[in-house]
Design a protein around this ligand. Sequence first.
Ligand SMILES: [Zn+2]
Length: 419
Amino acid sequence: MNEIQVRKELVHTLEEWGVNDLSKKHHADFRSRVLREGVAQFRKTSRSATFEHLRHERFPKDYEEAIRHFMTCELESAEEIFRYSCIDRLDDVYDVPSFAPYFRVYSRSDPTKVFGYRIRPAFSSIPKSRLDPFVRFRFRFSGLKVSESIWQHWFLGSDAAALGMIFEAILASHAIHNEACFECKSRNSLRWNGGWESSWMDLVCTFCNSTCEIKTKASMEKCETVFEHSNLRGGLYANYWKHRNAIRDKHQKMFLVILPREWTLGRNGKRIRPVSCVEIDSVSPELVPSCFLPEQLPPGLNPKQREQYENLSIRGRVVLKASTKAKWFDLEKWEPPIDYGIIMEELFIARYSRKEFDRIETMFCGSEDEDESGDCIVNDQTQTQEQPESTVSQKEALLEKLKDAESVENWEDRSDCSV
Ligand SMILES: [Zn+2]
Protein backbone atom coordinates (compact mmCIF):
# COMPACT_ATOMS: atom_id res chain seq x y z
CA MET A 1 0.00 0.00 0.00
CA ASN A 2 1.33 3.47 -0.88
CA GLU A 3 0.25 6.96 0.15
CA ILE A 4 -1.96 7.48 -2.90
CA GLN A 5 -3.86 4.30 -2.05
CA VAL A 6 -4.14 5.37 1.60
CA ARG A 7 -5.66 8.70 0.54
CA LYS A 8 -8.13 6.90 -1.74
CA GLU A 9 -9.16 4.58 1.08
CA LEU A 10 -9.63 7.51 3.44
CA VAL A 11 -11.88 9.25 0.91
CA HIS A 12 -13.92 6.05 0.48
CA THR A 13 -14.45 5.66 4.21
CA LEU A 14 -15.48 9.34 4.48
CA GLU A 15 -18.00 8.82 1.66
CA GLU A 16 -19.39 5.74 3.42
CA TRP A 17 -20.20 7.92 6.41
CA GLY A 18 -21.69 10.59 4.15
CA VAL A 19 -19.05 13.18 5.10
CA ASN A 20 -18.93 14.66 1.60
CA ASP A 21 -20.72 17.99 1.70
CA LEU A 22 -17.79 20.36 1.39
CA SER A 23 -20.08 23.38 1.56
CA LYS A 24 -20.46 22.56 5.25
CA LYS A 25 -17.48 23.76 7.24
CA HIS A 26 -17.49 20.83 9.67
CA HIS A 27 -17.45 18.34 6.79
CA ALA A 28 -14.63 20.15 4.97
CA ASP A 29 -12.56 20.52 8.17
CA PHE A 30 -13.07 16.91 9.17
CA ARG A 31 -12.14 15.69 5.71
CA SER A 32 -8.82 17.57 5.78
CA ARG A 33 -8.13 16.29 9.27
CA VAL A 34 -8.81 12.67 8.29
CA LEU A 35 -6.54 12.90 5.23
CA ARG A 36 -3.78 14.59 7.20
CA GLU A 37 -3.87 12.27 10.22
CA GLY A 38 -4.56 9.09 8.22
CA VAL A 39 -1.41 9.60 6.14
CA ALA A 40 0.61 10.50 9.25
CA GLN A 41 -0.54 7.29 10.97
CA PHE A 42 0.43 5.27 7.87
CA ARG A 43 3.96 6.74 8.06
CA LYS A 44 4.42 6.04 11.78
CA THR A 45 7.18 3.71 12.85
CA SER A 46 8.42 2.23 16.09
CA ARG A 47 12.03 1.81 17.11
CA SER A 48 12.09 -1.96 17.08
CA ALA A 49 9.97 -4.80 15.76
CA THR A 50 11.64 -7.61 17.70
CA PHE A 51 10.53 -9.65 20.69
CA GLU A 52 13.67 -11.19 22.23
CA HIS A 53 12.84 -9.37 25.45
CA LEU A 54 9.82 -11.66 25.92
CA ARG A 55 11.88 -14.88 25.81
CA HIS A 56 11.73 -15.35 29.58
CA GLU A 57 8.05 -14.51 29.93
CA ARG A 58 5.95 -17.37 31.27
CA PHE A 59 2.31 -18.10 30.42
CA PRO A 60 0.30 -20.65 32.45
CA LYS A 61 -0.10 -24.12 30.97
CA ASP A 62 -3.24 -24.89 32.95
CA TYR A 63 -6.24 -23.43 31.11
CA GLU A 64 -7.99 -22.02 34.13
CA GLU A 65 -4.76 -20.39 35.26
CA ALA A 66 -4.31 -19.05 31.73
CA ILE A 67 -7.76 -17.48 31.84
CA ARG A 68 -7.02 -15.89 35.21
CA HIS A 69 -3.68 -14.60 33.95
CA PHE A 70 -5.31 -13.13 30.85
CA MET A 71 -8.08 -11.45 32.84
CA THR A 72 -5.59 -10.08 35.35
CA CYS A 73 -3.62 -8.50 32.48
CA GLU A 74 -6.83 -6.93 31.28
CA LEU A 75 -7.58 -5.56 34.75
CA GLU A 76 -4.11 -4.08 35.00
CA SER A 77 -4.12 -2.50 31.57
CA ALA A 78 -7.67 -1.11 31.95
CA GLU A 79 -6.42 2.23 33.17
CA GLU A 80 -5.20 3.08 29.70
CA ILE A 81 -8.23 1.70 27.91
CA PHE A 82 -11.30 3.46 29.15
CA ARG A 83 -12.18 6.74 27.53
CA TYR A 84 -15.87 7.35 26.91
CA SER A 85 -18.94 5.70 25.57
CA CYS A 86 -20.64 6.42 22.31
CA ILE A 87 -24.40 6.71 21.90
CA ASP A 88 -25.97 6.18 18.51
CA ARG A 89 -29.08 8.38 18.44
CA LEU A 90 -30.52 6.41 15.53
CA ASP A 91 -30.46 3.21 17.50
CA ASP A 92 -33.43 4.08 19.73
CA VAL A 93 -35.66 5.09 16.87
CA TYR A 94 -34.60 2.92 13.98
CA ASP A 95 -32.72 0.01 15.56
CA VAL A 96 -29.86 0.19 13.08
CA PRO A 97 -26.37 -1.21 13.60
CA SER A 98 -23.58 1.29 14.29
CA PHE A 99 -22.31 0.97 10.72
CA ALA A 100 -21.64 3.58 8.12
CA PRO A 101 -24.90 4.14 6.23
CA TYR A 102 -23.39 3.86 2.74
CA PHE A 103 -21.33 1.17 1.04
CA ARG A 104 -19.10 1.07 -2.03
CA VAL A 105 -20.27 -0.29 -5.33
CA TYR A 106 -17.56 -1.69 -7.57
CA SER A 107 -17.48 -1.48 -11.34
CA ARG A 108 -18.61 -4.67 -13.09
CA SER A 109 -15.92 -4.47 -15.74
CA ASP A 110 -13.16 -3.74 -13.21
CA PRO A 111 -13.90 -5.05 -9.70
CA THR A 112 -11.01 -3.03 -8.25
CA LYS A 113 -12.66 0.28 -9.25
CA VAL A 114 -15.23 1.96 -7.04
CA PHE A 115 -18.16 2.97 -9.19
CA GLY A 116 -20.18 4.83 -6.57
CA TYR A 117 -21.87 4.56 -3.16
CA ARG A 118 -25.26 3.23 -2.21
CA ILE A 119 -27.27 3.43 0.99
CA ARG A 120 -27.69 0.30 3.12
CA PRO A 121 -31.36 -0.80 3.22
CA ALA A 122 -31.55 -0.38 7.02
CA PHE A 123 -30.84 3.34 6.60
CA SER A 124 -32.88 4.10 3.49
CA SER A 125 -35.96 5.49 5.25
CA ILE A 126 -34.03 7.78 7.60
CA PRO A 127 -33.82 11.51 6.74
CA LYS A 128 -30.34 12.34 5.42
CA SER A 129 -29.81 15.06 8.01
CA ARG A 130 -30.03 12.47 10.81
CA LEU A 131 -27.43 10.25 9.15
CA ASP A 132 -24.77 12.93 9.48
CA PRO A 133 -22.36 11.31 11.98
CA PHE A 134 -21.89 14.65 13.74
CA VAL A 135 -25.62 14.69 14.46
CA ARG A 136 -25.99 10.94 14.90
CA PHE A 137 -23.37 10.19 17.56
CA ARG A 138 -23.20 11.55 21.07
CA PHE A 139 -20.36 10.84 23.46
CA ARG A 140 -20.67 10.45 27.16
CA PHE A 141 -17.66 11.67 29.05
CA SER A 142 -18.87 9.83 32.05
CA GLY A 143 -15.90 10.41 34.28
CA LEU A 144 -16.20 6.79 35.43
CA LYS A 145 -13.41 5.55 37.63
CA VAL A 146 -11.27 2.72 36.20
CA SER A 147 -12.91 0.22 38.55
CA GLU A 148 -16.35 1.35 37.38
CA SER A 149 -15.52 1.13 33.71
CA ILE A 150 -14.05 -2.35 34.00
CA TRP A 151 -17.05 -3.45 36.08
CA GLN A 152 -19.34 -2.17 33.37
CA HIS A 153 -17.39 -4.01 30.72
CA TRP A 154 -17.03 -7.29 32.60
CA PHE A 155 -20.42 -7.60 34.26
CA LEU A 156 -22.72 -5.76 31.88
CA GLY A 157 -20.90 -6.59 28.66
CA SER A 158 -21.88 -9.31 26.21
CA ASP A 159 -21.15 -13.01 26.71
CA ALA A 160 -19.40 -13.00 23.34
CA ALA A 161 -16.82 -10.54 24.67
CA ALA A 162 -16.18 -12.61 27.81
CA LEU A 163 -16.00 -15.86 25.83
CA GLY A 164 -13.69 -14.21 23.31
CA MET A 165 -11.34 -13.41 26.19
CA ILE A 166 -11.53 -16.98 27.54
CA PHE A 167 -10.90 -18.69 24.22
CA GLU A 168 -8.07 -16.34 23.35
CA ALA A 169 -6.42 -17.30 26.64
CA ILE A 170 -6.70 -21.05 26.06
CA LEU A 171 -5.55 -20.76 22.46
CA ALA A 172 -2.48 -18.86 23.63
CA SER A 173 -1.78 -21.36 26.41
CA HIS A 174 -2.03 -24.35 24.08
CA ALA A 175 0.07 -22.76 21.31
CA ILE A 176 2.83 -21.55 23.65
CA HIS A 177 3.27 -24.93 25.33
CA ASN A 178 2.56 -27.35 22.49
CA GLU A 179 2.94 -25.85 19.04
CA ALA A 180 5.75 -24.75 16.75
CA CYS A 181 5.75 -21.27 15.21
CA PHE A 182 3.53 -21.27 12.11
CA GLU A 183 6.21 -19.44 10.10
CA CYS A 184 9.67 -20.66 11.19
CA LYS A 185 8.61 -23.95 12.84
CA SER A 186 10.73 -23.19 15.93
CA ARG A 187 9.60 -24.85 19.12
CA ASN A 188 9.28 -23.08 22.45
CA SER A 189 9.59 -19.70 20.75
CA LEU A 190 6.00 -18.42 21.01
CA ARG A 191 5.17 -15.89 23.72
CA TRP A 192 2.12 -14.00 24.89
CA ASN A 193 2.38 -10.25 24.37
CA GLY A 194 -0.56 -8.89 26.35
CA GLY A 195 -1.54 -5.36 27.18
CA TRP A 196 -3.11 -2.39 25.53
CA GLU A 197 -0.30 -1.49 23.12
CA SER A 198 -0.09 -5.03 21.78
CA SER A 199 -2.95 -5.04 19.29
CA TRP A 200 -1.96 -6.92 16.12
CA MET A 201 0.57 -9.02 18.05
CA ASP A 202 -1.13 -11.04 20.75
CA LEU A 203 1.17 -13.99 20.15
CA VAL A 204 4.74 -13.46 18.92
CA CYS A 205 7.68 -15.66 17.95
CA THR A 206 10.89 -14.70 19.72
CA PHE A 207 12.92 -16.48 17.00
CA CYS A 208 11.59 -15.08 13.70
CA ASN A 209 9.66 -12.15 15.29
CA SER A 210 6.48 -12.99 13.36
CA THR A 211 3.28 -11.90 15.07
CA CYS A 212 -0.24 -13.27 15.36
CA GLU A 213 -3.44 -11.35 15.95
CA ILE A 214 -5.93 -13.74 17.56
CA LYS A 215 -9.63 -13.54 16.71
CA THR A 216 -12.36 -15.82 17.93
CA LYS A 217 -15.64 -16.17 16.06
CA ALA A 218 -18.91 -17.66 17.27
CA SER A 219 -18.94 -20.51 14.73
CA MET A 220 -17.08 -22.25 11.90
CA GLU A 221 -19.40 -20.52 9.41
CA LYS A 222 -18.44 -17.11 10.77
CA CYS A 223 -14.74 -18.04 10.42
CA GLU A 224 -15.36 -19.11 6.82
CA THR A 225 -17.07 -15.78 6.10
CA VAL A 226 -13.89 -13.99 7.17
CA PHE A 227 -11.85 -16.02 4.68
CA GLU A 228 -14.43 -15.63 1.92
CA HIS A 229 -14.36 -11.86 2.17
CA SER A 230 -10.66 -11.87 2.94
CA ASN A 231 -11.02 -8.99 5.32
CA LEU A 232 -12.24 -8.02 8.76
CA ARG A 233 -11.95 -5.20 11.24
CA GLY A 234 -8.84 -5.29 13.41
CA GLY A 235 -7.12 -3.03 15.94
CA LEU A 236 -5.92 0.55 15.63
CA TYR A 237 -4.65 1.55 12.20
CA ALA A 238 -1.75 3.55 13.67
CA ASN A 239 -0.53 0.60 15.76
CA TYR A 240 -0.42 -1.70 12.75
CA TRP A 241 1.70 0.62 10.60
CA LYS A 242 3.94 1.58 13.49
CA HIS A 243 4.94 -2.06 13.78
CA ARG A 244 4.84 -2.88 10.06
CA ASN A 245 7.08 0.06 9.13
CA ALA A 246 9.68 -1.04 11.68
CA ILE A 247 10.04 -4.52 10.12
CA ARG A 248 13.32 -4.90 8.25
CA ASP A 249 13.41 -8.67 7.74
CA LYS A 250 11.27 -9.98 4.89
CA HIS A 251 10.80 -13.28 6.73
CA GLN A 252 9.09 -11.52 9.60
CA LYS A 253 5.38 -11.81 8.94
CA MET A 254 2.12 -10.73 10.50
CA PHE A 255 -0.62 -13.33 10.77
CA LEU A 256 -4.25 -13.53 11.73
CA VAL A 257 -5.20 -16.59 13.78
CA ILE A 258 -8.86 -17.57 13.87
CA LEU A 259 -10.62 -19.90 16.26
CA PRO A 260 -14.32 -20.84 16.30
CA ARG A 261 -15.83 -20.82 19.79
CA GLU A 262 -18.08 -23.74 18.80
CA TRP A 263 -16.56 -27.20 18.51
CA THR A 264 -16.89 -29.43 15.49
CA LEU A 265 -16.24 -33.12 14.72
CA GLY A 266 -12.72 -33.81 13.43
CA ARG A 267 -11.83 -36.59 10.95
CA ASN A 268 -11.21 -39.11 13.70
CA GLY A 269 -14.56 -38.35 15.30
CA LYS A 270 -12.97 -36.22 18.03
CA ARG A 271 -14.56 -32.96 19.09
CA ILE A 272 -12.21 -30.18 18.14
CA ARG A 273 -11.89 -26.50 17.37
CA PRO A 274 -9.70 -26.04 14.28
CA VAL A 275 -7.31 -23.09 14.47
CA SER A 276 -6.44 -21.45 11.13
CA CYS A 277 -3.69 -19.04 10.28
CA VAL A 278 -3.50 -16.61 7.39
CA GLU A 279 -0.98 -13.93 6.53
CA ILE A 280 -2.08 -10.30 6.75
CA ASP A 281 -1.43 -8.66 3.41
CA SER A 282 -2.19 -5.11 4.39
CA VAL A 283 -4.40 -2.95 6.58
CA SER A 284 -6.69 -0.23 5.24
CA PRO A 285 -7.97 2.75 7.23
CA GLU A 286 -11.59 2.74 8.33
CA LEU A 287 -13.55 5.38 10.23
CA VAL A 288 -15.64 4.15 13.16
CA PRO A 289 -18.11 6.06 15.38
CA SER A 290 -15.41 7.06 17.88
CA CYS A 291 -13.64 9.04 15.13
CA PHE A 292 -16.47 11.57 15.38
CA LEU A 293 -15.62 12.67 18.90
CA PRO A 294 -15.98 16.42 19.24
CA GLU A 295 -12.64 18.18 19.07
CA GLN A 296 -13.42 20.13 22.21
CA LEU A 297 -11.93 18.08 25.01
CA PRO A 298 -13.69 17.47 28.30
CA PRO A 299 -11.94 19.06 31.27
CA GLY A 300 -9.76 17.25 33.78
CA LEU A 301 -8.01 14.74 31.53
CA ASN A 302 -4.55 13.45 32.34
CA PRO A 303 -1.91 13.65 29.56
CA LYS A 304 -2.44 10.04 28.48
CA GLN A 305 -6.21 10.47 28.18
CA ARG A 306 -5.65 13.75 26.33
CA GLU A 307 -3.49 11.96 23.83
CA GLN A 308 -6.17 9.32 23.32
CA TYR A 309 -8.80 11.95 22.62
CA GLU A 310 -6.63 13.99 20.34
CA ASN A 311 -5.56 11.12 18.09
CA LEU A 312 -8.16 10.17 15.57
CA SER A 313 -8.86 6.52 16.40
CA ILE A 314 -8.95 5.21 12.84
CA ARG A 315 -9.39 1.44 12.81
CA GLY A 316 -7.60 -1.02 10.60
CA ARG A 317 -9.47 -3.21 8.14
CA VAL A 318 -7.37 -6.29 7.60
CA VAL A 319 -6.82 -7.49 4.06
CA LEU A 320 -5.74 -11.12 4.04
CA LYS A 321 -3.45 -13.04 1.68
CA ALA A 322 -6.12 -15.64 1.02
CA SER A 323 -3.69 -18.07 -0.66
CA THR A 324 -1.69 -18.42 2.58
CA LYS A 325 -4.62 -19.70 4.65
CA ALA A 326 -3.78 -23.00 6.34
CA LYS A 327 -4.77 -24.99 9.37
CA TRP A 328 -2.33 -24.46 12.22
CA PHE A 329 -3.58 -27.01 14.79
CA ASP A 330 -6.68 -28.46 16.39
CA LEU A 331 -7.65 -27.43 19.85
CA GLU A 332 -9.20 -30.44 21.56
CA LYS A 333 -12.71 -29.99 22.85
CA TRP A 334 -12.71 -28.10 26.09
CA GLU A 335 -15.58 -26.22 27.63
CA PRO A 336 -15.13 -22.92 29.42
CA PRO A 337 -15.95 -23.01 33.12
CA ILE A 338 -19.68 -22.31 33.43
CA ASP A 339 -18.95 -20.09 36.37
CA TYR A 340 -16.48 -17.79 34.62
CA GLY A 341 -18.49 -14.90 36.01
CA ILE A 342 -17.39 -16.04 39.48
CA ILE A 343 -13.75 -16.04 38.38
CA MET A 344 -14.19 -12.50 37.09
CA GLU A 345 -15.84 -11.43 40.32
CA GLU A 346 -13.06 -13.00 42.38
CA LEU A 347 -10.32 -11.29 40.36
CA PHE A 348 -12.12 -7.97 40.49
CA ILE A 349 -12.44 -8.18 44.27
CA ALA A 350 -8.78 -9.18 44.63
CA ARG A 351 -7.74 -6.13 42.59
CA TYR A 352 -10.15 -3.69 44.26
CA SER A 353 -12.35 -4.88 47.14
CA ARG A 354 -15.71 -6.49 47.92
CA LYS A 355 -16.93 -3.11 49.11
CA GLU A 356 -16.01 -1.52 45.78
CA PHE A 357 -17.70 -4.36 43.88
CA ASP A 358 -20.93 -3.91 45.84
CA ARG A 359 -20.82 -0.15 45.54
CA ILE A 360 -20.52 -0.28 41.76
CA GLU A 361 -23.16 -2.99 41.47
CA THR A 362 -25.61 -0.75 43.33
CA MET A 363 -24.58 2.20 41.20
CA PHE A 364 -25.30 0.38 37.93
CA CYS A 365 -28.09 -1.96 38.89
CA GLY A 366 -29.62 -0.52 42.04
CA SER A 367 -30.20 -2.57 45.18
CA GLU A 368 -33.06 -5.03 45.60
CA ASP A 369 -35.20 -2.86 47.85
CA GLU A 370 -34.56 0.35 46.03
CA ASP A 371 -37.32 1.38 43.69
CA GLU A 372 -35.31 3.71 41.51
CA SER A 373 -32.42 2.46 39.46
CA GLY A 374 -28.92 3.74 40.17
CA ASP A 375 -28.84 5.71 37.01
CA CYS A 376 -26.47 8.42 38.06
CA ILE A 377 -24.12 7.99 35.16
CA VAL A 378 -26.66 8.00 32.37
CA ASN A 379 -27.70 11.41 31.30
CA ASP A 380 -28.67 11.13 27.69
CA GLN A 381 -31.97 12.52 26.50
CA THR A 382 -33.59 9.16 25.83
CA GLN A 383 -33.91 8.42 29.52
CA THR A 384 -36.66 10.93 30.05
CA GLN A 385 -38.87 8.99 27.65
CA GLU A 386 -39.09 6.02 30.02
CA GLN A 387 -42.31 5.46 31.94
CA PRO A 388 -41.82 6.27 35.64
CA GLU A 389 -44.35 3.69 36.86
CA SER A 390 -42.53 0.76 35.33
CA THR A 391 -39.50 0.39 37.58
CA VAL A 392 -38.53 -3.12 36.51
CA SER A 393 -38.61 -2.39 32.82
CA GLN A 394 -36.91 0.90 33.52
CA LYS A 395 -34.02 -0.96 35.10
CA GLU A 396 -33.91 -3.41 32.24
CA ALA A 397 -33.93 -0.57 29.76
CA LEU A 398 -31.10 1.10 31.59
CA LEU A 399 -29.05 -2.09 31.54
CA GLU A 400 -29.75 -2.52 27.85
CA LYS A 401 -28.68 1.04 27.19
CA LEU A 402 -25.48 0.56 29.11
CA LYS A 403 -24.72 -2.51 27.04
CA ASP A 404 -25.40 -0.61 23.85
CA ALA A 405 -23.56 2.47 24.89
CA GLU A 406 -20.44 0.57 25.73
CA SER A 407 -18.35 0.93 22.66
CA VAL A 408 -16.48 -2.23 21.73
CA GLU A 409 -13.95 -0.01 20.08
CA ASN A 410 -12.71 1.00 23.49
CA TRP A 411 -11.83 -2.57 24.18
CA GLU A 412 -9.76 -3.28 21.16
CA ASP A 413 -9.45 -6.91 20.29
CA ARG A 414 -10.90 -8.36 23.44
CA SER A 415 -14.33 -8.32 21.83
CA ASP A 416 -15.63 -9.87 18.71
CA CYS A 417 -16.02 -6.57 16.96
CA SER A 418 -15.67 -7.36 13.29
CA VAL A 419 -18.60 -6.84 11.00
ZN1 LIG B 1 8.92 -18.09 14.26
